[in-house]
Ligand binder design. Sequence first.
Ligand SMILES: Nc1nc2c(ncn2[C@@H]2O[C@H](COP(=O)(O)OP(=O)(O)OP(=O)(O)O)[C@@H](O)[C@H]2O)c(=O)[nH]1
Ligand SMILES: [Mg+2]
Length: 509
Amino acid sequence: MAAFWSLKKKLKKADDDDDGYKLPTSHSKLSPKGKRSSWQNRKIVSWVIITVMVLILYKAFSGVVRGGREVMKTVGSNTSSNDGQVLEEDAYYDYDFEDIDPKVIEKFDGGVQHYLITQFGNDVLTPQDGEVFEREQKMLLSSTVESYDLSMFRGSANGAANGEHVLLCVPLRDAEKVLPLMFKHLMNLTYPHELIDLAFLVSDCTEDDKTLDALIAYSRQLQSGTLSQVFADMDQAAAEAEQASKGTEKLYLKYMNPDYLETVKESFSPPFHENYDKPFRSVQVFQKDFGQMIGQGFSDRHAVKVQGIRRKLMGRARNWLTANALKPYHSWVYWRDADVELCPGSVIEDLMSKDYDVAVPNVWRPLPQFLDGEQPYDLNSWMESGEALNLAKTLDEDDVIVEGYAEYPTYRVHLAYIRDPTQDPNEILDLDGVGGVSILAKAELFRRGIQFPAFTFENHAETEGFGKMAKKMGYRVGGLPHYTLWHIYEPSDDDLREIANKERESRRE
Ligand SMILES: Nc1nc2c(ncn2[C@@H]2O[C@H](COP(=O)(O)OP(=O)(O)OP(=O)(O)O)[C@@H](O)[C@H]2O)c(=O)[nH]1
Ligand SMILES: [Mg+2]
């Protein structure tokens, strides 16, 4: 299943009645902030009809039209709509097929041949008719023909200023709970929203999971500029519920570093950046299962034995998403996990500014203070070592080395372990393997066939295999040791037991 919201379609106020997911917001409260517009309806169905008609026309006119002329659409040429209300930025429309005037095209519904005979018999074709014909025919042809010069979409260090489009991909599984967090991060992004196409892939969720429905409901509010109001309502309801339950909902929060918690709170509180509510260029939601059997619980997904299988299936999912969502006009692809708690809103610009072909930040996670308060988390970003290369020689061709397990002593330099928060966050080091939490890569890599191996590639799979493959094909892969994203903390069973002990002790005192 694939759902697609293009802003070029009618931008109407999202109405959660059409969704299978009830948002905790009253309709009367939802109104888009700032200027909103309505759009000419351009439904996929009409594109199909038009395409078929163009083909028929083309065949019929093969004597008249010599060779199909490709049309390079000029930026902003279709920014006008009938009612004059448009989203301001040309980038919302860049590289779209030309607008058509349905009124003009309508006449072809009556039969192209009739039009041809009456308008094009030598006897009846006046110079005025000829002009009209040329114009209308051009409209038809240009409405479905687009050409791209891919050298324009290579990606530069200053992508926002250069109007470079980013495809932002997020894989999701049983992720309903983290969706509000994820969407808040998306809105927090300061890279121009009109230059970002969002693509979500939902896979292999458990039966009663609501990730897909929730994702669609939130996406509609996002594109209507009303999502921040939905979250404000939800946060208020959650605060009230917590008060009613006397704050026992998330007991572990009592044990986290208060400064960290405050930073999280601040990053999701107003004032937001000025384009926080601005719709993205488009949102695409895909649902496809890949047969992932390994549970999404913290302990299930971290067992060493399941890593190879899990990572290869994730590789398949990621490849499927890029293959379906990447468009010729994308200069960059940004991969982001949903379960990130803290991340600078400028992450895309920051990674881009390093002018690497692939760039990743450091990823840590917070811990309860009785466990030192924090921990290096993503160990998949590393520099290759002689020991690991020797280890690989002793393994089967199909074995996948996974980091952070005693079974695989690789002695690699992990980006996570060389972090020093007092050092320059702009420093970048060459890497071989990369983790998938937040990867910015030039779109060109995917066009050239670099992918997330769903097989064993040099004893690696998925994102680490991606890093290795990119390097092997001559691209620069880098990581920022002192620029940190924070993964959410999910208390393990041991941590929960320890917290319960501490609570019991404190009650005894
Ligand atoms: N489409 C899809 N998404 C998945 C699947 N497994 C996990 N995800 C999503 O991929 C992202 C990363 O998943 P995680 O389970 O956190 O896995 P990880 O980041 O590799 O590892 P840890 O966070 O260290 O456990 C999240 O956004 C998940 O919702 C899957 O099988 N299919
Ligand atoms: Mg994760």
